[in-house]
Design a protein around this ligand. Structure first.
Ligand SMILES: [Zn+2]
Length: 61
């Protein structure tokens, strides 16, 4: 399955059975893209970019 890179619009191949949340890398611009929808395949910026920043607490709840 393929989708357009949201950074450079290049067609990116996510494999035959991509999973939601799978991270793929655009071969053209090196952007990290997360599979957020499957039919049609849709890519978005990964949501785990802030994993190395522990300043956030659970105050949302
Ligand atoms: Zn790209």
């Amino acid at each position: 399955m393929k989708a357009n890179c949201i950074s450079c619009q290049e067609m990116v191949n996510a494999g035959n059975n991509p999973l939601l949340g799978k991270i793929i890398t655009c071969p053209k611009c090196d952007a990290r893209l997360e599979v957020v929808w499957l039919e049609p395949l849709e890519l978005d910026w990964p949501t785990d970019e802030y994993d190395d920043d522990d300043d956030y607490s659970d105050e949302d709840y």
